[in-house]
Design a protein around this ligand. Structure first.
Ligand SMILES: [Zn+2]
Ligand SMILES: [Zn+2]
Length: 253
C-alpha cells in the first residue's frame, strides 16, 4: 500500500540525481547514470571475506570468523554514490529503492546459490519501530525475487546495538557480541505480498542448506560474523553473506 502510494505521489525522477527517468526506467528509483557510478567490488580479494588482500601475510579481517561463514561478497564500494543509495534506503523512508540495490547484488557469484535460503540480518526492536521496516529484509526480499530463492527470517536481534559507524573493529565485535538469536521463523517467498503469511515452521532441513545472510553494508564484517555465529550454534553448516555496499578499506592501523 505504502509502496503504491509512493509510486503515485513521487514524480518519475531519479531519487539520487533528480533527472527524469525514461519511461522504460519509470519502475526504478535510480537512473542508469547513477547506477553506473556504483563501483563494483572486484578481485583480487581474500577468497573468504572478499576484502582486498593485504600486501603481506594472510587476511586478518576474517581470521576470527566462525567456521560456518565461508564467504562474504559485496556488490559495490561504499563511496559517495553508493552511500546516497544506502541512505535513501535506510533514512529516506524509501524501501522501494531496495529493488535497485538488489539488482546490483544479483550478479554476485555465490557457490550453492541455487539451493540457498536467504536470511536477512534483523534490526533491533527499537530501530525497527523508528524506521518502520528492516532495510536488510527489504533487500533480501528483492534479491529473493531475483534469485527465485526463499527468504527465511531465521534470526532476531536480542537487543538494540549502538550505531557502529564510529567504532573501531574491536569495539564493533563487543557491540554485537551475543546480539542475535534464532527465532521460530515463518518462511515465505519474496514475491508474496505478505512475507511470512504462508507460515511453515523452520524445517530442520534449513540448517543443511547454504544460508545467505543479507545486509545493506559490510564494514568490518563484525555484524555478519555474529549473525553467522548464531546460525552456526543452531546447527547451520554453511553460511554465506552478501551486502550491497562495502566500506572503503578502513584505516584502523
Ligand atoms: Zn540518477
Ligand atoms: Zn579475509
Amino acid at each position: 500500500m505504502r509502496d503504491a502510494l509512493d509510486q503515485l505521489l513521487l514524480p518519475a525522477e531519479c531519487l539520487l540525481c533528480r533527472t527524469l527517468l525514461s519511461s522504460r526506467d519509470s519502475h526504478r528509483l535510480v537512473c542508469d547514470v547513477c547506477r553506473h557510478r556504483w563501483r563494483p567490488v572486484r578481485p583480487p580479494w581474500c577468497g573468504r571475506c572478499g576484502q582486498p588482500e593485504p600486501l603481506f601475510g594472510r587476511c586478518r579481517l576474517c581470521a576470527a570468523w566462525p567456521a560456518a561463514l565461508v564467504l562474504a561478497r559485496s556488490a559495490v564500494w561504499l563511496d559517495a554514490a553508493a552511500r546516497d543509495a544506502v541512505h535513501a534506503l535506510k533514512y529516506g523512508g524509501l524501501p522501494r529503492i531496495a529493488a535497485d540495490l538488489a539488482s546490483a547484488m544479483a550478479s554476485l557469484d555465490l557457490p550453492g546459490r541455487e539451493a540457498a535460503w536467504l536470511v536477512p540480518v534483523p534490526l533491533g526492536p527499537e530501530r525497527l519501530r523508528e524506521r518502520g521496516y528492516n532495510q536488510s529484509e527489504r533487500l533480501a526480499r528483492a534479491l529473493s525475487r531475483r534469485w527465485n530463492r526463499p527468504l527465511v527470517e531465521l534470526l532476531t536481534r536480542t537487543r538494540d546495538t549502538v550505531t557502529q559507524t564510529a567504532l573501531t573493529p574491536e569495539a564493533r565485535l563487543a557491540n554485537v557480541a551475543g546480539a542475535f538469536a534464532m527465532r521460530n521463523a515463518k518462511c515465505g517467498m519474496g514475491n508474496e505480498s505478505q512475507p511470512g503469511n504462508s507460515a511453515f515452521r523452520i524445517p530442520h532441513a534449513a540448517l543443511e542448506r547454504p544460508l545467505v545472510l543479507v545486509d545493506d553494508v559490510f564494514t568490518t564484517g563484525a555484524t555478519l560474523a555474529e549473525a553467522a555465529r548464531a546460525l552456526e550454534r543452531a546447527g547451520a553448516r554453511t553460511v554465506l553473506a552478501v551486502t550491497f555496499g562495502r566500506a572503503l578499506v578502513p584505516d584502523f592501523t
